[in-house]
Design a protein around this ligand. Structure first.
Ligand code: BES
Ligand code: ZN
Length: 631
């Protein structure tokens, strides 16, 4: 009896432990995309055909999209698509036999981050079809979060309007109703009508010789996730960089772009040697106006980039190496959901550094490694621990705001750690086989981990255990044996900054001639917190930081200026905040100004005056920060 009682008690404890678990871990499913409404287990999209008119006056795209759908689960009768601020004029379903039927549709509730689900009912005759086409007539709204419509005065030329898209992370739904999740890959084609004098380009087969005329056709024959569908229209022209590479820009920026990005063809060739074949045909760049919110965006075959890279000395082209490297990590092998973003960004940051080492010298790349490591250390101080894992639980919030440097720098360090442990040759072989194995697929972190375990860790078991790899991926902070980058040139500038601050070195003995911009950035960042204001002024007078034309030096300097309330440089800081629109360059300056204890009002005034030139996403982010600082 007693024994039986014990057994029952034991079973009860086990059962309750299990059900507790079930409650605690609830239904979080790392493979599920919490940022899309699409029912991708029931239906998937294989091809997207766009037919659009670009209407600058209405600041809208009008036309239709036809989605080639495949039914995965015959029981389902309703297709859920992602939308945001779209007007749907009608939906029809076309069957393989040519029949076309109108379909009922309705919008669900709007969510601030995710947008509005669109429910389309399959007509009875379509319910047994394996494949069908869904044609949606629609138009976008001027509020589309993906599209920026720039009046002529916000372009370099000042005579023609320009528009561009930024679909990552979840903005494709604000210009195309579709299954907006990286879990689904589609091929696409497009017909785009524009004002006759403007050129349209897309993340597709742009032909450098396309004549103008206002009607353009595109094809992207390789399957890509929706966040890589991209378009831009403006007074843009092409110039070749190499056989397979070139740059599009407004004519005013074309020559300086050709100079700045002259190494692109070489980068492409070296990248192929390192990572395997480039699968996409051409690789071109599009230089956008200053409001472009990012440094670069890896739209396939055509990376979009900020004009702030045009430093005149090719010092900021690691961004190009980065976007090019995404042609492997991200575009070829894609993160399954935004929770796996480190697979895109961390891997790409690592590849970027490898590529930069081949093209330039290791010293320069070590400098860049140290700078991004320092940014990581700063972030680790503020990012909540549960978000410090490379692949944390991520089911709400905004994917655009999801922990920058953790993905980038911690991800990069993890891969550097593996390289160090297994040796470059072995690790490179592993990487090429990884791109080969998962090319044109979308994978979650766990697929990567299993593959890593199987193909690398198990091959030489004494080097890195699965547990160690899991620590990088699932635990906060950095493991104790993380490989910390060092740079002798940066050590020297750091020592100089301290010596000058302590009065051991005179300004007349310091010259930034021969320093890389990275060294200057590090010098500025190494100034002690308690430096007196007039000392900052002496520095500026001697070294001319406020007048720098290098966007990264400006960023670093004006963050310091704002943090320290160094008002003598405010005029130039304000000019900087008006000249640039890339979020990385301006957001931290506003934040520093808003939180230095005395300049919140000033931050607001500058912002009010400058905001019209910013991208809606950048504008919203700064606006939120300024509001929050006021509380
Ligand atoms: N894909 C990113 C940009 C992005 C990330 C857009 C997340 C939206 C959401 C791009 O490849 C990138 O990483 N850009 C960096 C460049 C850099 C780290 C070299 C940027 O813009 O700062
Ligand atoms: Zn990236």
């Amino acid at each position: 009896m007693r024994r039986q009682y014990c057994l029952i008690l034991f079973a009860a404890i086990i059962l309750s432990a299990c059900s507790d678990d079930a409650v605690e871990e609830d239904a979080y499913d790392p493979a599920h995309d919490y940022f899309s409404f699409a029912n991708t287990k029931q239906f998937t999209t294989e091809h997207v055909a766009l037919d659009l008119v670009v209407d600058f006056e209405a600041e809208a795209l009008r036309g239709s999209v036809t989605l080639n759908m495949r039914t995965l689960n015959q029981v389902a009768t309703e297709i859920v698509l992602d939308t945001r601020d779209l007007t749907i004029h009608g939906v029809r379903v076309a069957l393989a036999n040519g029949d076309s039927l109108p379909a009922d549709y309705r919008f669900g509730d709007r969510d601030d981050v995710r947008g509005t689900p669109l429910y389309v009912s399959l007509p009875d005759d379509a319910r047994t079809a394996d494949t069908f086409r869904l044609k949606l007539d629609y138009s976008t709204s001027p509020e589309s979060t993906a599209l920026q419509w720039l009046p002529p005065e916000l372009t370099a030329g000042g005579k023609h309007p320009l528009m561009f898209s930024q679909s990552q992370s979840i903005h494709a739904r604000s210009w195309i109703p579709l299954q907006d999740t990286p879990a689904v890959r589609v091929t696409y084609d497009a017909r785009v009508k524009t004002p006759a004098e403007l050129l349209a380009v897309m993340s597709a087969d742009n032909d450098p010789l396309t004549p103008r005329g206002g009607e353009y056709r595109f094809e992207m024959p390789q399957p890509i996730p929706s966040y890589l569908i991209a378009i831009a229209v403006g007074n843009i022209f092409f110039a070749p960089l190499g056989e397979q590479t070139g740059v599009y820009a407004e004519p005013e920026l074309l020559d300086s772009s050709v100079f700045e990005f002259a190494d692109t063809q070489e980068m492409l060739e070296q990248a192929e040697k390192l990572f395997g074949p480039y699968e996409w045909g051409r690789y071109d760049l599009l230089v956008l106006p200053p409001s472009f919110p990012y440094g670069g965006m890896e739209n396939p075959r055509l990376s979009f980039v900020t004009p702030s890279l045009l430093a005149g000395d090719r010092s900021l082209v690691s961004v190009i190496a980065h976007e090019l490297a995404h042609s492997w990590s991200g575009n070829l092998v894609t993160n399954a959901t935004w929770r796996d973003q480190w697979l895109n960004e961390g891997m790409t940051s690592y590849l970027e550094s490898r590529l930069m080492e081949v093209i330039y010298d290791k010293g320069r790349v070590d400098e860049e490694r140290v700078l991004s490591y320092r940014e990581l250390l700063l972030d680790l101080e503020t990012v909540p621990v549960e978000m410090q894992a490379l692949a944390p639980r991520f089911d709400n919030g905004d994917p655009d705001e999801f922990q920058g440097t953790i993905h980038y720098s911690k991800g990069q360090l993890f891969l550097q750690y593996l390289e160090n442990a297994f040796g470059r040759e072995t690790f490179d072989r592993f990487l090429s086989s990884y791109f080969d194995e998962f090319g044109f697929q979308t994978i979650a972190t766990e697929r990567f981990l299993d593959y890593l375990d199987d193909k690398l860790l198990q091959q030489e078991t004494s080097k890195v255990s699965r547990l160690q790899a899991e620590q990088w991926i699932y635990q906060p902070g950095l493991p104790e044996d993380a490989p910390l980058p060092t740079s002798s040139t940066l050590d020297a500038t750091e020592a100089l900054a301290t010596d000058w601050a302590n009065g051991k070195t005179e300004l007349s003995d310091i010259s930034t001639d021969g320093w890389s911009p990275q060294a200057t950035v590090h010098f500025i960042n190494s100034l002690p917190a308690d430096l007196a204001g007039d000392r900052l002024q002496q520095l500026d007078e001697a070294l001319g930081f406020s007048a720098t034309q290098n966007a990264e030096i400006g960023r670093t300097w004006f963050i310091q200026v704002a943090e320290r309330g160094h008002a003598l440089a405010y005029e130039q800081m304000e000019a900087y905040l008006n000249r640039h629109g890339r979020g990385r360059l301006i957001y931290p300056v506003y934040l520093a100004l808003a939180t230095n204890g005395s300049d919140l009002e000033r931050a607001r005034e500058i912002f009010e005056q400058a905001r019209a030139a910013y991208h809606p996403l950048t504008e919203a982010k700064i606006s939120r920060a300024l509001e929050e600082s006021g509380r």
